[in-house]
Design a protein around this ligand. Structure first.
Ligand code: COA
Ligand code: ZN
Length: 329
């Protein structure tokens, strides 16, 4: 395993999209805006603010226009939104997003369940969305779901994944996010998939997106960073998941990943204490305990006071030590 040696990594927050889409409580619009504004000051390269999906499909994000319209945009932060079809692209454009994050699945079954289209139908729609974005000079990233496995189909062949990347690359997209939608990825697979993608498509910016469904999110992050990935999606508090993927649970938690990467010597540009503070605000909004761990435990060097009877323990230990015979020389 390598040390980070100050290598710069770029962090994308997805709690307000991947996270909120999965919450049963509707997060009030003002609270969403206040959270994005707080997150904007914590060092993110990108924030996925919302999605422009059908309100019937994702009611939690039906206020996308208002949220995008009222957040305070901090220079240097890219404010992106998920776009599934042409209608979504038009809404995103009207909302002046900095980037379109278009979405389709590498798995036919998941694409049908999630987007109600075959992959070819999705690709045809997204081709039009890319044309719209190009006209407006808005960059496009593609979030490719189920790259590391599909909860309905099982294994998703790497050749097929690379084939879709190839087709999007030919349309001039700037980046691809390799999404482990339901936490099926494991480290050696992540190493293989990421290394193959980076080697074959040098001009594309790759992002890794892990869910912690099977507790492999952190180790998969290490595998991806060692394979050369420099951009990561993560979700404050570890909330998130696809409502159309059976068994989906939260993304890898921002504060847990940042804590680990900072310990390893990577430069994430992130304010960890600020994240822990924002996670407390998020917990109040979602009204349930967050899966993330570092917010509860604190940084590894967080120092705690010894037990209340510590001086008594010390005295007793000393008395025992004095009673013991020193070994003969
Ligand atoms: N924004 C707002 N409304 C939209 C929309 C969009 N992007 N796309 C479609 N709609 C509306 C239509 O106008 C129509 O409205 P009506 O019932 O009032 O006439 C309704 O939604 C159905 O439209 P249709 O084109 O038939 O869509 P669909 O039902 O086949 O659903 C998607 C296709 C892609 C729009 C929908 O499945 C979706 O938004 N999925 C997103 C899933 C998601 O975000 N998953 C988690 C992230 S990976
Ligand atoms: Zn996700």
């Amino acid at each position: 395993m390598n040390t980070g040696n100050g290598t710069r990594l770029y962090v994308n927050e997805v709690a307000t999209r991947d996270g909120f889409q999965m919450e049963s409580r509707f997060i009030p619009t003002d609270d969403k805006i206040a959270l994005v504004d707080r997150l904007s000051g914590l060092g993110y390269a990108k924030i996925e603010v919302t999605s422009f999906t059908a309100p019937k499909a994702i009611p939690a994000l039906r206020d996308g226009e208002e949220v995008m319209g009222r957040i305070a945009r901090r220079p240097g932060v890219v404010y992106t939104a998920l776009v599934p079809n042409l209608r979504g692209g038009e809404r995103a454009l009207d909302s002046r997003v900095d980037e379109f994050n278009i979405v389709m699945s590498a798995s036919e079954t998941h694409n049908l369940a999630n987007l109600r289209m075959t992959r070819e139908q999705s690709f045809a729609q997204l081709t039009e969305v890319i044309a719209l974005a190009r006209q407006a000079k808005v960059p496009v990233n593609v979030s490719l779901s189920c790259v590391f496995g599909c909860p309905m189909e099982g294994e998703v062949p790497l050749d097929g994944v690379l084939g879709w990347v190839d087709r999007f690359a030919a349309l001039g997209v700037a980046g691809i996010t390799l999404c482990d939608t339901t936490g099926m990825a494991y480290p050696t697979q992540v190493q293989e998939v990421c290394a193959s993608a980076l080697a074959r498509f040098e001009a594309l910016d790759f992002t890794a997106h892990f869910h912690n469904t099977r507790a492999m999110g952190l180790v998969n992050t290490v595998a991806a960073v060692e394979a050369g990935v420099r951009r990561f999606d993560m979700s404050l508090g570890g909330i998130g998941g696809c409502p159309y993927a059976p068994g989906a649970t939260g993304n890898v938690a921002t504060e847990d990943v940042i804590h680990m990467l900072q310990c390893m010597g990577y430069d994430t540009g992130m304010d960890l204490d600020g994240l822990i503070g924002a996670a407390a605000q998020l917990e109040a909004l979602v009204q349930h305990e967050l899966p993330a761990q570092v917010s509860r435990a604190g940084h590894r060097l967080t120092r705690h006071a010894p037990p209340a009877d510590f001086s008594e323990i010390v005295e007793r230990a000393k008395a025992r030590g004095e009673g013991r015979k020193e070994p003969q020389a």
